[in-house]
Structure formats: C-alpha cells, structure tokens
Design a protein around this ligand. Structure first.
Ligand code: 5GP
Length: 212
C-alpha cells in the first residue's frame, strides 16, 4: 500500500540498487516500489530467457543477442554488462526522460553497470544489498529452483566478488530480517527524496512563496 500524504519531490533522483542474486533484492525493491509514491523501476533489456512469472516489458525486455548488440551499437544503452554469459543493459531514453521530468527512477543492476552509471551521472544514489551470510544465498537460490547446481555455485562465486566491491556504494542494506531490510531500503529512498534541495515545493506550499 502506498504511503499516504507523500508527494514526489521537485527534482527526481536516480537510484542504483545492486546485490548478488539470492540476496532478496527483487523482493525488497518490489515492496519499496509498492510503498513509495513516484518511484519508477527501470526495465532492463536482457538476452536471458524469462523465468516463470516474469513478464516481457515489465520485469525485463527479453531480446535476442542480435537485437541487444544493435541497441548497444546505436548508443541506446546507458550502461551494459555481461553477467554469466548473459547480456544486460539499461535503456537510456526512459531514464533520461524521467530525470528531465523530475521523476525518480530505480535501476537494479550489477556492480559493473553501477560503475558506468556513476561515471556518467555522479549524483546517482547507490545502494548495495548484503545477505547476512553467503550460505543464505545458496539456500535462497536452491529454494528458487530455477538454476542447476553448477549455476548456483557460479552465482555464489560471483556474489562473493560483488560483495568485495560494496565499498563503492553510498548505502548498505542488510537483508537478514525482511521487515527490517524493507524499512532500511524505504528509509534510504525517503531520506534522499526529502533532501532540502529537492523540496522547494514544500517550503513554497507552507510560506506561500515568502521565505524567512
Ligand atoms: P537476474 O538474471 O537474476 O535477473 O539478474 C542477474 C544480475 O544482473 C543481477 O545482479 C542484476 O542486478 C543484474 N542486472 C539486471 N539488469 C541489469 C542491467 O540492465 N544492467 C546491468 N549491468 N546489470 C543488470
């Protein structure tokens, strides 16, 4: 349920959320997008096949490798990366349009992509979701049942490498107890969107344009 009485800021923010598969990042993001009015999810392009329940154009734009390469060649991607032999990328136009219109947008991308976004948009707010222990990732991936044992082990190795780079991020979210992690992630979004520099509208509304 959306927070009542919360208005989007005058100037939107670009949020980057990373965290290895199995950290529960998608669950946390869904809850935050459901709760914080005005936050929008950036739908990435990927060459991987949809998992059960994933919808084209909602979770990802599922594209063939040729189509992906063409988007890349035409400069249509804000960032891109290869993860486990699969290509992932953020379509540039919707992100730039959202920011130009003062809307806020959330990118769920890996550490390579986050570095590229930071290089072109240093104001991006970056958040890294940590699992309480590496073993929890294995349990979650096995529980999800979509990856074979080899893929699970590869994702765990990759998770360890990604976690080693969490020092590049502004915020950490520890996803041990879901309720607490949700409060943390939503708290970060709300705090960043409450920055005075984004909230001239609130001051104007109170003072009727007269500044103290
Ligand atoms: P999954 O295949 O489990 O949905 O995602 C695997 C990894 O790819 C996750 O770490 C996710 O954040 C990352 N990812 C998803 N979309 C993008 C994207 O557009 N760019 C980059 N760089 N990484 C992405």
């Amino acid at each position: 349920m959306k927070l009542r009485g919360w208005s989007p800021p005058d100037h939107g923010a670009l949020f980057v959320v990373s965290g290895a598969s199995g950290t529960g990042k998608t669950t946390l993001l869904r809850a935050a997008l459901d709760r914080v009015p005005g936050l929008e999810f950036s739908v990435s392009a990927t060459t991987r096949a949809p998992r059960r329940g994933e919808r084209d154009g909602v979770d990802y734009h599922f594209v063939a490798p040729d189509a992906f390469r063409e988007m890349q060649r035409a400069g249509e991607l804000l960032e891109h990366a290869e993860v486990y032999g699969t290509l992932y990328g953020t379509p540039r136009a919707p992100v730039l349009q959202a920011l130009a219109e003062g809307r806020s947008i959330v990118l769920d991308i890996d550490v390579q992509g986050a570095g590229q976004v930071r290089a072109v948009y240093p104001e991006a707010v970056t958040i890294f979701v940590l699992p309480p222990r590496i073993e929890v990732i294995r349990e979650r991936l096995v529980g999800r049942g979509t990856d074979g044992p080899e893929v699970v082990e590869r994702r765990i190795r990759d998770a360890t490498e990604q976690i080693a780079r969490c020092g590049e991020y502004d915020y950490l979210v520890m996803n041990d107890v879901l309720e607490t992690a949700n409060a943390q992630l939503q708290g970060i979004f709300l705090a960043e969107l409450s920055r005075r520099s984004r909230r001239e509208g609130w001051v104007r509304a109170v003072t009727g344009g007269v500044r103290a």
